[in-house]
Design a protein around this ligand. Sequence first.
Ligand code: PGA
Length: 250
Amino acid sequence: MRKKVIAGNWKMNMLPNEAMEMIAALAPLIKDTENEVVLCVPYTDLFYSLLAVQETNIKIGAQNMHFEEKGAYTGEISGKMLKSIGVQYVIIGHSERRQYFAETDETVNKKIKAAFLNNLKPIVCVGETLEQREAGIQYDIITEQTKKALDGLTEEQAANTIIAYEPIWAIGTGKTATKEDANDACRKIREKIAEIYGQNVAERVIIQYGGSMKPENAKELLEMSDIDGGLIGGASLKAETFEKIVNYNK
Ligand code: PGA
C-alpha cells in the first residue's frame, strides 16, 4: 500500500507570522492522520516553518532549488542550503516555473539529481495545457515529461521521486479534472515508469493529483486507485481547508 502524501504549495503567499499561525492551527487538527503531510513554503518562511513544525507530523518543503551546490548564481538557493536547515522536500518543475521562469525538462532533470544528492525528496510536476488536451495529446505530453525528468536516475531514486500530475488548465482555475481523467493520467504515468524501471519500481512511486483540489473534491480524487496524494495550492493556505483534505479518510 502506498502512503498518501498530501502536500501544500503556498506559492508566493504567506509572511512568516502567517506561516507560523497557520501551522499552529493545523498541527492539532491533523496529528492523528496516517497520511504524510508536507507544506512547501516560500524561502523566507522556511526557517520559521521548520521551528513551528517541531514535535508535529508536518514536514517542510521548498518550491524550487538550483541544481548547482554553490557559486555565482545570484538569487538562487541550492539543495545543500535547503538540507542544511532541515528541509526535506522540494517541488521541482512546477508549471508556473516552466511557464514564467524558463524551467525546462533538462533543468528539471538536473534539479532532481541534485535533490537526491542532498537527500531531499523531489515532488516533480508534469501536466498538459488545455490546447494539448483538446488536441488529445495529453498522455504523450505527461509521459514524455516524466521520462525526461527521470532520465539517468537509479531505480531507488526513481522509486523515491514523487510525481505530481497537474493539468495546467486546472491550476487555480476552480476547474478540476474528473476523478476518472485524473486517475487515467496518473495510471499512464505509472505505466511509463514501469516501462523504464519495471513494475516493482512503478508500484512504489507516489503519484499525486494537483489542480483545484479542495475539501469538496479531495475524497473522491484521493480514493482513486492510482492517485496517491495531492499537491494543493489555494486550499493549503488555510488550516481549516487544508485539514479537511488531509483528513479526507477520517
Ligand atoms: P491550486 O494549485 O490547488 O490552487 O489549483 C495547485 C498547484 O499549482 O500546485
